[in-house]
Ligand binder design. Sequence first.
Ligand code: HEC
Ligand code: HEC
Length: 269
Amino acid sequence: MRDGAVYSWSNAWFRWTIVSLAAFTVVSLLVGFVWLPSVHKDFTAQNLWDAVCRAAGVPSRWTGAQDVKTGPASTDVVLERRMVRTMDAGAVGRGATLALNCTMCHGAQGMSSSNAPNLSGQYPEVVIKQLLDYKAGRRSHTLMEALARDMSQQDIEDIAAYYAFLPKARTAPTTYDESLPALVRVGDPLRNIAPCISCHGGVDQKLGAPWIEGMPKDYLVEQLKAFKSGARRNDAQGQMRNMARPMSEQEIAEVAAFYARKASAGQRH
Ligand code: HEC
Ligand code: HEC
């Protein structure tokens, strides 16, 4: 046999080697990228390309595929200072009319006498964000989701304007003082719990952190437990989930009682 002819297509052995190598490659790609991933319980790829991307470790959001384990993304509302715009009288008036549907649970003046959250004096960007999250199904509550679904962006902004405008039902803010519960005052750095007053008012108020002073105790407990279990996941970057997760039931009860306490004391400003 001439030198070089070994690597010629006319050589049966050469042909066989190339064809079987190609076939083997295709089969192993199919097994590794399509069949193996498809037998995983959480497999959700909609097509061959998704399957290949999944197996190669491409994050599912790059391909648009939904990841079953993480469910919907936390929240898609971008908080903007613009939401805290000065409220015009028209918006407040329209908001007041829309809010007539809310008094049954949130109270005539936005101060709840049931276990629904107070809305009076709530920061407008908080009301806007929470309603948008209910509307998009990112915070779950059957009734609030249904109500929010029917609201336009304008309705939501007007309602937020109305509640922000209501005579300040906000109780005096917590000021730093040695007698505050430790978690409220200094948090617990070893467990990565930041002090509540560094976001919820007192020392600082972070954009999007709700006014929680004077909220019904049961509501506060319920929300903290929901963050802890991950049932509520509309907090951006998991900031509340990360804090609630290491908290014990007793700590949750203690901080909730602390924040609810002023409602009964009737200490208003
Ligand atoms: C039947 C009772 C009921 C009615 C009516 C109702 N709500 Fe609610 N609302 C609730 C409850 C309960 C929650 C807390 C739900 C949860 O756990 O997520 C809530 C939560 C909210 C929140 C989130 C507040 C926060 O601090 O996170 C907003 C904002 C809100 N409601 C606005 C409204 C508006 C606006 C209306 C009227 C259009 C309305 N609600 C009507 C019961 C009600
Ligand atoms: C790093 C800032 C930060 C710290 C520290 C923090 N929070 Fe929050 N908290 C937030 C934000 C932001 C939200 C709103 C999440 C969302 O967008 O739904 C929130 C929401 C809440 C809610 C739900 C209120 C409602 O009406 O929806 C409760 C209750 C709460 N926090 C309690 C606490 C307590 C108690 C502490 C201290 C142990 C604490 N938070 C510490 C940022 C913080």
